[in-house]
Design a protein around this ligand. Sequence first.
Ligand SMILES: *[C@@H]1O[C@H](CO)[C@@H](O)[C@H](O)[C@H]1NC(C)=O
Ligand SMILES: *[C@@H]1O[C@H](CO)[C@@H](O)[C@H](O)[C@H]1NC(C)=O
Ligand SMILES: *[C@@H]1O[C@H](CO)[C@@H](O)[C@H](O)[C@H]1NC(C)=O
Ligand SMILES: *[C@@H]1O[C@H](CO)[C@@H](O)[C@H](O)[C@H]1NC(C)=O
Ligand SMILES: *[C@@H]1O[C@H](CO)[C@@H](O)[C@H](O)[C@H]1NC(C)=O
Ligand SMILES: *[C@@H]1O[C@H](CO)[C@@H](O)[C@H](O)[C@H]1NC(C)=O
Ligand SMILES: *[C@@H]1O[C@H](CO)[C@@H](O)[C@H](O)[C@H]1NC(C)=O
Ligand SMILES: *[C@@H]1O[C@H](CO)[C@@H](O)[C@H](O)[C@H]1NC(C)=O
Ligand SMILES: *[C@@H]1O[C@H](CO)[C@@H](O)[C@H](O)[C@H]1NC(C)=O
Ligand SMILES: *[C@@H]1O[C@H](CO)[C@@H](O)[C@H](O)[C@H]1NC(C)=O
Ligand SMILES: *[C@@H]1O[C@H](CO)[C@@H](O)[C@H](O)[C@H]1NC(C)=O
Length: 678
Amino acid sequence: MVALMQLFSVSVAVTAASAASSLSFGPSTFTAPGAFPTSLYKSYYNDPTATSAQPQPVISDPVTHEIYPYSLTNPKKIPQSDPKDPHILPPKASESLLLQNAVNQVTSLGSNPVFANNTCARCQASLEVAKFLSLAAPSQGPEFVIFLCNEFKLSSTCNITYGPLALGSVITQVLANADVGGYDGLMLCQNFLSSSCSLPPTSPLNLTGWFAKPKPNPLPPPKTPSGERAKVLHLSDFHIDPRYATGAEANCTSGLCCRSNNFNAHSPNSSVLPAPRYGSYLCDTPFSLAAAALESIPVLAGTNGTGFAWTVFTGDLVAHDAEQQLSRDYIMYTETLLYDLFKRMLGGGPVYAALGNHDSYNQAQDATHSLGGELAEQFSWNYDHVASLWEHEGWISQSAVALARAHYAAYAVQRTDGLRIITLNTDLWYRANWFNYVNLSQIDTSGMLRFLTDELQDAEDHGERAWIVGHVLSGWDGTNALLNPTDHFYQIVDRFSPHVIANIFWGHTHEDQLSIFYSNNATNISAETALATSWIGPSITPLTNLNSGFRVYEVDTATFDIVDAHTWRSEVNSFPELDSQVQFGPTYAYEYSTRDVYGTNITWGANDPLNATWWHLVTEQMEANPDLVTTFNELQGKQSVLTPPCTGACIAAKICYMRSGSSSISVQNCARGFGSVQ
Ligand SMILES: *[C@@H]1O[C@H](CO)[C@@H](O)[C@H](O)[C@H]1NC(C)=O
Ligand SMILES: *[C@@H]1O[C@H](CO)[C@@H](O)[C@H](O)[C@H]1NC(C)=O
Ligand SMILES: *[C@@H]1O[C@H](CO)[C@@H](O)[C@H](O)[C@H]1NC(C)=O
Ligand SMILES: *[C@@H]1O[C@H](CO)[C@@H](O)[C@H](O)[C@H]1NC(C)=O
Ligand SMILES: *[C@@H]1O[C@H](CO)[C@@H](O)[C@H](O)[C@H]1NC(C)=O
Ligand SMILES: *[C@@H]1O[C@H](CO)[C@@H](O)[C@H](O)[C@H]1NC(C)=O
Ligand SMILES: *[C@@H]1O[C@H](CO)[C@@H](O)[C@H](O)[C@H]1NC(C)=O
Ligand SMILES: *[C@@H]1O[C@H](CO)[C@@H](O)[C@H](O)[C@H]1NC(C)=O
Ligand SMILES: *[C@@H]1O[C@H](CO)[C@@H](O)[C@H](O)[C@H]1NC(C)=O
Ligand SMILES: *[C@@H]1O[C@H](CO)[C@@H](O)[C@H](O)[C@H]1NC(C)=O
Ligand SMILES: *[C@@H]1O[C@H](CO)[C@@H](O)[C@H](O)[C@H]1NC(C)=O
């Protein structure tokens, strides 16, 4: 640098130019030489005298002693994104700092005018933050979920329900995996903030390639009835409460009543209604009622000694404990207890049991295998346990046990009499199984509907009929099952009905209900298009405001159609008076024959089945005669004294629910708000 300055001054400074000035200047003009002054540098990367390119001197750094390479300035090869230099990032934040920042982001969304007045948009934006945190700092996920719960005022017990020892880890897994910016996020926000977020529509369903074969046309001829009838028991929603405290508050103002830790807020020191020994309307099934029901069933059904041909149990063994009171042991205890009692007290044929949402821990959670890795297997302890119990009780074969272990406790049994029983784990379409909100717009992420379809195809190929047994109903008022998977299920039922699927059985609502499936996605609802019926069985538990009940079907032994259905119930409001004595327990009494109550005005042969055609005709009778809906409404609650009447808009809504086999159809066709009599 110093040398260069000297050279320059020597070549420009010449003589004084202006007489007016006392300072001297060089000449007024100077023309530089045409040749580059090659003496400037000792060496060059190119020929500095060549006029076709600029000189490329070799520069040596007197400080670093580095000689800068030609590649740095080679005009023909300009370097891009040189990786040599460091690009400094901030240090990795601790997980707690990440949490703090996520909290700050969501808080700032709340004060941003764009989001402040749009709770649903704020929810979706918050889920994006939550997803980041769940991936970056999973250990902070539960804490953040509690924060979100409080921020959006979802519960008064956020820190317990969503804490690390309750649902916090599940929700963190879901957030880490879900498409929170798309359909998953819309559905999650709608689920938690239904007053702010509208229900996104059913996603388009592309079933190209789904079915191995088209529906046979014409259908194979229907099987000829044998005329012989088997007795089949339908039990549902047992909900035994092993922590039931006789004398505790049966009229509590929060939580599950008849528990020593739940009170009536207006009378904290003494029970407004002391829990009767045999149960109460706001309580689950005490052991005394469980035993009384199981003692009554064989006697009333006339199967004492012989047993039922078989039993379907449509799920929910476990009590409605709050999330933080549950544990794996509590679930397994109840499974062990009740399956054993079923075996010893019902006698006879096998019990085909489906898992209910309460038969899992965390409650209602079952992870799809598509999550991969250890997440895929996190509920196997339960599938393995129930499968082993069913094998132990001698109810299902080893091959069915293997299926149950592999398919979320769902299995298929190919009976020797030509009936195939296919059970489902309906948590995989239940709204409250948060794992379903991962890729919800994709088809069958769990694989359960693939399993069902393959079993139905095999049944069709073998000329068998099939019963489908599950817990959470696919349709009715559309409040329990998710739109997309039940829309898909509906198309599967259409494909295999009526020639394969003879009947479908659900539970879950605790109420006596049904839904009919029609061809072409119910675009034309008529007796001619009715294809299949789902029977929703009454519960043993009185919860909530219901009587305790069970049902026995008369089933044709060749077609496996239901020829009649008989329901019994015990009046829970009579239980308090039993406490003053020990001679008598509760009374289960015959409630009704389905054929007799609904069928008197329908021309139907004495041995014709109560199939979908018949049920559709019943709904037409109901349209003509609303009194029949009043009857239905009373039976829905098992004639509970607490069942409210169904009048006005309720009448059409109930008929509509009976005609809705998927949530999608129910949401599309029916008025909402009349589903339950509780
Ligand atoms: C949000 O709502 C408040 C009260 O309803 C209103 O005063 C305010 O103008 C709204 N802000 C925006 C951005 O819409
Ligand atoms: C939950 O929060 C409540 C009140 O905010 C507090 O009383 C309670 O101790 C907290 N529980 C847990 C488990 O942190
Ligand atoms: C449906 O799926 C098939 C096979 O995956 C694909 O070829 C077809 O384009 C899809 N149709 C629509 C309407 O997306
Ligand atoms: C239950 O308690 C409420 C007050 O919380 C009271 O109004 C009601 O009458 C009680 N019902 C019974 C059956 O005791
Ligand atoms: C309940 O009992 C406690 C002490 O035993 C007493 O202080 C309180 O006033 C009682 N509450 C009611 C509502 O009677
Ligand atoms: C049921 O059958 C058992 C054994 O066959 C018999 O001991 C019992 O008395 C019967 N119970 C009733 C209520 O008939
Ligand atoms: C969700 O979808 C993405 C994209 O198709 C896929 O990579 C991922 O494995 C899916 N996850 C689950 C649990 O289905
Ligand atoms: C509906 O189906 C019935 C019976 O198949 C048929 O008579 C009627 O024309 C159909 N209606 C429409 C609108 O397709
Ligand atoms: C129902 O049974 C009747 C009488 O046997 C029969 O005509 C009708 O086709 C059946 N409907 C279905 C959907 O199987
Ligand atoms: C049968 O029709 C008669 C006359 O319309 C009506 O009074 C009766 O309630 C109906 N019964 C049933 C079960 O539909
Ligand atoms: C079936 O009908 C429902 C209600 O209209 C609709 O949401 C759904 O997309 C339909 N499904 C198919 C496969 O067309």
